[in-house]
Design a protein around this ligand. Sequence first.
Ligand code: FRU
Length: 529
Amino acid sequence: MKNLIFVWSVLFVFIGCNQTPKEKQDTSQSVDSIHSEEELYRPNFHFTPKTGWMNDPNGMFFYNGYYHLFFQHYPDGNVWGPMHWGHAVSTDMVQWRELPIALEPDEKGYIFSGSAVVDMENTSGFGDGSTPPIIAMFTYHDPVGEKEGREDFQTQAIAYSLDEGTTWTKYEGNPVIDNPGIKDFRDPKITWDMEHKQWLMVLAADDKTMFYGSRNLKDWDLLSEFGKGIGAHGGVWECPDFFPIQVENSDEVKWILIQSLGPGGYNGGSGTQYFVGDFDGKKFKLDPSMENLSEKHKHWIDYGKDNYAGVTWSNIPDSDGRVLFMGWMSNWQYANKVPTETWRGAMTVARELRLKKVGDIYRVYSLPVEELGNYISKTYDKELIEVENTVKIATSANIDLAKAIIKYEFALSQNENYEFRLSNQKGDTLKFGFDKPKNQFYLDRKKSGITSFNEDFANKVSIAPRTSKSEKISVKIVLDKTSIELFFDNGETVMTEIFFPIAPFETFSAAGKTIFKIEKLKINQLKFN
Ligand code: FRU
């Protein structure tokens, strides 16, 4: 275990070199001296690399009982650097085992984000007849070309694995897609298009998504483009995903295009929007209900600041049928500065995405995967809690608030503000809740602990418009040491954010000016080996 004083003095010197005088003033924030970085900040169950830097999830596929997660990784430093694909596997998307690095940069460039598919029919011809080849597609980012000021330094390439994703061979014909003169041209995500019997690939290209088709995963034809002037455009589009999904309680199938962008997220910095529509094998057509998206009605997978570049797993068996998603739990505004040293970056919990039609609007709902429920060690229930002023709901005497799932509902009443708080005796408080007059949820980490490493981290309270019309608001909260994932209204509105308290949170409480009722409270304690 690292010596705390050493870690924090290194961090202080490191930050000190990069800080403006204004940032330097705030040295009052320091971690509780009895806690090391590992103890205090290494998540209990969210994936982090053992050491080094991590950003986007990549190449997620399921095969032979294992969920594979690759990730943007710089193993030799704790800030972004020459990108590799790290690798981890899990049998349940909850507990992960990190494996050796899968793809390393080479003379063609860094290995940027991308995806992987299981080529069951050996359409690529890479198979040896004994096992289906796994094909990874990624972006080569050539740092030399970038330095020279060229436009064409990002190209698309493939690699294959004949041992279920453990080792990889880069294709000698790379790149398989040359750069057409677009500076930001990256992050290929492949899907098998069952209806039109083709491999489909979406690529982020500056301010739009480009759609490609292929029969063999090597030769790709440009099919169409989507997105210029549609949706949010506060920054470059990155990391798209595109897949069919059945509308809940109907036979209707729609296509969802997920499209991250940065900056320009709903609460600033990185964010992930989605579009719902139809696909004819060539072109994506936005559903008429999503045309003329006003600022308020743009659709975001997550309104919190820390869920970026999320995509779905490929090759999930029909017998399962879920659409499974995971994102990177950080934001480019401050990702390189968050106060951990040994590693930097964590993933969200895996989530199931569903599409529901409410009135004539299609909405994506997300909820944590049910597998998390297998780790419940005890449950604390309460049918009814009346809140007036402040009420303690749970404390660390009975619940470890750094590995818990909390569920409850509250009915809207005369009360205007419905607030919930996590706090410790050092004075750190994380607040979230619902502001009835404004009809919006909020998440406030201004006083949640260490915040001074970057001014965009906690300068504003994050908000999310409520779209559900229900009289009751349901809340599901996934809590780890340094993250909160809030699923309101059964996952209709989601907010994910990270925080760095100087000591663990000890108390969970609620506050309201006039009486309101918390119903069906369930606190599930999670336990991991
Ligand atoms: C998104 C992103 C991708 C790129 C990768 C580089 O976070 O910028 O567009 O491929 O990170 O690490």
